[in-house]
Design a protein around this ligand. Structure first.
Ligand SMILES: Nc1ncnc2c1ncn2[C@@H]1O[C@H](COP(=O)(O)OP(=O)(O)OP(=O)(O)O)[C@@H](O)[C@H]1O
Length: 358
């Protein structure tokens, strides 16, 4: 296993001049030895580019990749000792499950008994022990992808295992199980795992550290909890959460804070004057008061949806749409009724020019 340090940028164009010419804007980041990471972001944000630079399939146009301090920028995937799992199964149909799992070890001339033990361990973790002697050809797409995952995890000496949207072909029910399984496997095998996905649930269940990307930029790296509680950028607030964070335009006059054109009171924290300010509050933390309650702003309930495990209330506050999540045992207000929206609290965040400032 290895610590991976990136200090690079990448453009697929020969003479990049502006930000939009870069698939990856200049970035500096580290993946610690033994960590479970997810690269999360929408299609085209640069996740696969970053993964391919780490695996050695792509040489960055600028900067370097280091493994344990050694420059690996131009090293091949073999020299880097990386295992990679792709969206679609990469296995040998004519081989049995056991032979497929053993293949990466046999290739490295691992002793037969060690191979037998490791293949047994991996098959057990993936609940494939009963299929070891079956030919891969007869298996479903799900089962074949499980073999691919196993092949990625089977070598104990790899620098890292890179997963590129590995659960895409997996049936939704099994997907749910495998996400958890991978997390458990990470704890047992202590490999460095880096997992690319555009699915926040997948990233948040699997990873200890999530790297959120948009338009070639890393906007935040942090624990699932940090991404939820303190999104460092409005994009993270929008992208993480169901639904995402509410944002309201805010202005500061002296120490008086106004939100959506309505005076809220003294600013609760020091905020930069003159910036493009926004108040961010997650639907989970947006409490509803009786209309006219001090400290809350008047709003009207537009819609109440019973989601089963919670109610989702849509509000109109001076022309701004807000969402509030109420617990399933709450009595939600009726559509059309006036309420007070409590916007300030310990979980309220403030953004200036899209970046978290308080
Ligand atoms: N081989 C290539 N040549 C030119 N441009 C490319 C190439 N591969 C990717 N790009 C561009 O680089 C940007 C980042 O692409 P990348 O595939 O890394 O994003 P991604 O987040 O992995 O998206 P997806 O999930 O759709 O694969 C996109 O604008 C894409 O069009």
């Amino acid at each position: 296993m290895a610590r991976i340090d990136l200090d690079l940028a990448h453009s697929y164009r020969p003479n990049p001049a502006q930000d939009s010419d870069y698939a990856l804007l200049p970035l500096k980041m580290s993946f610690e030895d033994g960590g479970a990471y997810a690269l999360l972001g929408p299609s085209g944000c640069g996740k696969s580019t970053m993964l391919n630079i780490m695996s050695g399939l792509l040489v960055p146009s600028h900067g370097s990749v280091k493994f344990d301090g050694t420059d690996m920028t131009r090293a091949t995937p073999q020299e880097r000792n990386i295992a990679q799992v792709f969206q679609f199964p990469v296995i040998y149909d004519t081989m049995t499950v056991a032979e497929n799992l053993a293949f990466p070890l046999k290739n490295r001339r691992v002793p037969r008994e060690t191979i037998r033990q490791r293949v047994g361990q991996i098959a057990e973790m993936l609940e494939m022990s009963h299929q070891l002697d079956q030919r891969a050809a007869g298996l479903s797409a799900d089962q074949k992808q499980k073999i691919s995952l196993g092949r990625g995890l089977v070598r104990p000496d790899v620098a890292a295992v890179l997963f590129d949207e590995p659960l895409t072909v997996i049936d939704p029910h099994l997907k749910w199980q495998l996400r958890r399984k991978l997390k458990q496997i990470h704890h047992e095998l202590k490999l460095t795992l880096i997992y690319v996905t555009h699915d926040q649930v997948e990233a948040l269940t699997f990873a200890d550290q999530v790297v959120v990307m948009t338009r070639g930029r890393v906007v935040q790296q942090g624990t699932p909890d940090a991404l939820f509680e303190r999104p460092a950028h409005t994009f993270v607030g929008h992208f993480i959460g169901s639904p995402g964070m509410n944002f309201l335009p805010a202005t500061l006059q002296g120490e008086v804070l106004s939100v959506a054109g309505q005076v809220l009171g003294r600013a609760p924290r020091a905020l930069p004057a003159g910036a493009d300010l926004r108040l961010g509050i997650r639907p989970e933390y947006l409490a509803l008061d009786a209309p006219g309650t001090a400290g809350s702003l008047p709003a009207t309930v537009r819609q109440v949806q019973d989601i089963g495990t919670y109610f989702l209330v849509t509000l109109d506050l001076a022309g701004q749409r807000l969402k509030s999540r109420l617990p399933a045992d709450a009595v939600p207000p009726a559509a059309g009724s006036p309420v007070g929206a409590r916007l300030l609290g310990a979980h309220t965040c403030f953004y200036a020019n899209e970046e978290l400032v308080a």
